[in-house]
Design a protein around this ligand. Structure first.
Ligand SMILES: Cc1cc2nc3c(=O)[nH]c(=O)nc-3n(C[C@H](O)[C@H](O)[C@H](O)COP(=O)(O)OP(=O)(O)OC[C@H]3O[C@@H](n4cnc5c(N)ncnc54)[C@H](O)[C@@H]3O)c2cc1C
Length: 386
């Protein structure tokens, strides 16, 4: 049986982020992923925005990690080669009540640690100069100039490739089916092999609650909230200049019309609670039509007939805290859960990895962490096999 210091379960963008940051240290790391590819579950079904950080409720862990994560992306941009676009977020208000929410979001942003230079409220005329195609009913907007659009599955692959370069053992097509603790080490059984590890980091997306229960811990449950999108042809590019949002506190989080990195235009997502875990990537006729209404509400001239693709993904929500659930289990500090990874988890990804390393491994002194002298942070190519 192969023996490791750390076993990471799940290679979405969050698992890949932790793997890459942990590969800086002299550790034997095993990374298990049930799929044949990295980053093809929730990490493939989202808006891919490194949010500015004005939306999360102040005081929540996700508010803190969003702002820290956004800053840490600057390191990743220097070290890793991946497509990204610095782009404004424009949150559009349609009535007086929504204008009040814009002001509240501005204040939240400042409390969360954004600089005043990152946020600006636009009146109707200024909004039309910025977004000439915006609906005639729009009355004002909040602009945040510090968001970044990324291709999350591609970024997951780049992070994972760099982790492998720095000695992480990635095993694809290996689904964890059983976990037991014997003689102070974790015994992990997959559909193919058995391994031993001193520490487990559970980053299994929608199945993180199931993995924790497998190991005997019943501290949290995850529910689904599926979001569907329609993607418009490249002929529609230019219909918006920034990521145009409905007011998130009123219309559900992150409803947007946005330019994509590949020149298409994204419209969505919807928010549907309680879908089965094996239907989190489903697209439905009902929501297809509803997304058309969202698009028209923001940009009346949008041509939704130009839809060329659809996709969806679901936010794994921890309903009790409605926040990220990043903690070791109460009974055993060597079993770390990184769950409840709803938005802004992509924005927070580097800070989530830092938090796991600093707060949950270093602070309780779980294992000796020595920086590898030969750690190579630079990654230009993606391993095509992952
Ligand atoms: C509609 C929508 C829009 C979003 N927009 C944004 C946004 O704009 N900005 C932002 O910051 N965040 C956004 N998010 C959130 C973001 O997409 C997720 O938080 C993130 O992708 C979660 O990544 P993950 O690695 O935790 O999970 P996943 O990507 O789901 O990865 C988990 C992995 O675990 C594996 N796994 C599961 N069970 C096992 C097992 N038994 N054995 C081995 N492997 C297993 C799975 O195969 C999977 O690959 C959005 C989410 C949704 C749904």
């Amino acid at each position: 049986m192969k023996k490791y210091d750390v076993c990471i379960i799940g290679a979405g963008i969050i698992g890949a982020s932790i793997s890459r940051e942990l590969s800086k240290y002299n550790l034997n790391i095993l990374h298990l992923e049930a799929n044949a590819k990295v980053g093809i579950e929730t990490s493939q079904g989202n808006s891919g925005l490194v949010h500015g950080g004005f939306d999360p409720t102040p005081g929540k862990l996700n508010a803190k990690l969003n702002v820290l994560g956004k800053k840490r992306y600057e390191d990743w941009i220097k070290e890793l080669t991946f497509p990204y676009l610095r782009i404004d977020s424009t949150i559009v208000a349609f009535n007086d009540e929504e204008v009040k929410h814009l002001k509240m979001l501005y204040e939240r942003g400042i409390i969360n640690g954004l600089d005043k230079s990152e946020l600006k409220i636009l009146d109707s005329n200024e909004l039309r100069i910025k977004e000439p195609n915006i609906s005639h009913e729009a009355v004002a907007a909040l602009v945040c100039n510090s968001s970044i659009a990324v291709d999350a599955p591609m970024l997951a692959k780049v992070l994972m490739t760099n982790a492998i370069k720095n000695s992480v053992d990635l095993h694809l097509n290996e689904k964890v089916v059983d976990i037991k603790k014997q003689n102070d080490v974790w015994c992990i059984k997959t559909n193919k092999n058995e391994y031993e590890s001193k520490i487990i980091i559970n980053v299994a997306g929608h199945y993180a609650d199931k993995i924790a229960k497998m190991a005997g811990f019943d501290e949290f449950n995850l529910v689904t909230r599926r979001g569907e999108y329609r993607i418009l042809e490249k002929t529609e590019s230019g219909i918006v200049n920034s990521v145009v949002f409905m007011v998130p506190t009123i219309h559900g989080k992150g409803v947007i019309v946005a330019p994509m990195l590949d020149g298409h235009v994204m419209v969505g997502p919807t928010a549907e609670e309680g879908v089965p875990k094996d239907e989190t990537r489903l697209v439905t006729q009902e929501k297809f039509d509803f997304i058309g209404e969202i698009g028209k509400k923001l940009i009346s001239s949008i041509n939704m007939k130009k839809t060329c693709m659809t996709f969806s993904g679901s936010r794994p929500i921890e309903p009790k805290s409605d926040d990220f659930w990043i903690k070791a289990t109460k009974k055993d500090k060597t079993f770390i859960n990184v769950a409840g990874m709803k938005s802004p988890a992509i924005a927070s990804a580097p800070a989530i990895a830092d938090y796991v390393i600093e707060e949950l491994i270093k602070k309780p002194n779980l294992i000796k962490l020595e920086i590898k002298p030969n750690f190579d942070p630079i990654q230009k190519m993606v391993n095509p096999l992952i």
